[in-house]
Design a protein around this ligand. Sequence first.
Ligand code: C2E
Ligand code: MG
Ligand code: MG
Ligand code: MG
Length: 292
Amino acid sequence: HADMAMYAAKEAGRDTLRYFTPEMNTQAMERLTLERDLRRALQDDPAQLLLYYQPQLDADSGRCIGCEALVRWRHPLRGLMLPGEFIGLAERSGLIVELGRWVLAAACAEQAGWAAAGLQLPVSVNLSPVQLERSDLTPYVSGLLQRYQITPGMLELELTEGALMNEDVRHLAVFNALMQLGCRFALDDFGTGYSSLSRLKRFPINRLKIDRAFVSALPGSGDDEAVVRATLSMARDMGMDVVAEGVETAEQQQSLLAMGCTQMQGYRFARPMPAAELYRFVVRLSQSQDAG
Ligand code: C2E
Ligand code: MG
Ligand code: MG
Ligand code: MG
């Protein structure tokens, strides 16, 4: 049980002294079980995995301008699991490389399915920094784009600020190679990290995603309004788009629109949904647009 004890101790953090309780043991064991289950799902039963898609709207025109792929895991015993319950574990165990490939392939395949039905819709895929450390990411993405006949600009890769903090040259090379392919980049959860503007400038970011932490208290929070305004102004100067995440209410939508932020994603418009449902959502939306 030595490695299990290490596992729990690492989790507890370096500068906290903790007694080893039976509960911790159970937690560590559960994590290992989950890791084994995820490895098995990826190897033998990838049908346990699926993507949900959340539409992104231009609130000015009311049109759908893209969608974000969000992974789900239909665990045989635990039911539908959210990424918060297994992405961290996948990153620590290295399984994220395999999982990330599955996500990219599934997103491209489903995007190609929509295209075959007449719907051209950009898709955003979340990338873990661990994936960027692998130089074979670029040929993998390139192969998918060819196989599914996808215009590279229709695939957006979402990274968090943490992924840009890494100064590793191999890491930067992968980033640049993906950009050379024509993929777009979005900076996820913008405002929650610690990257300086001068650092951001070095990366070819096409879009900033304002974290929902800055959206939730709108309108009325002067500080959050200031963050949104500053983000919009900087993005304009640097030629980037801005999308607000986690828009839940009409008031938040109005507030964002008044500040000039038109791209939005959030429960206000739609929750993440399976691919077939997303297709119907977008078709219905464009029909109501054409009618109105
Ligand atoms: P994220 O990329 O910032 O994705 C947005 C999250 O906010 C999603 O949670 C989405 O369901 C949720 N959300 C959207 N609109 C609203 C809203 O109006 N209100 C609230 N309260 N929440 C909203 P989800 O699907 O649980 O994903 C959580 C995180 O897991 C994602 O955050 C992303 O960092 C990560 N993730 C998801 N899929 C993948 C993946 O395929 N690969 C990797 N590496 N990470 C992923
Ligand atoms: Mg994201
Ligand atoms: Mg986000
Ligand atoms: Mg997030």
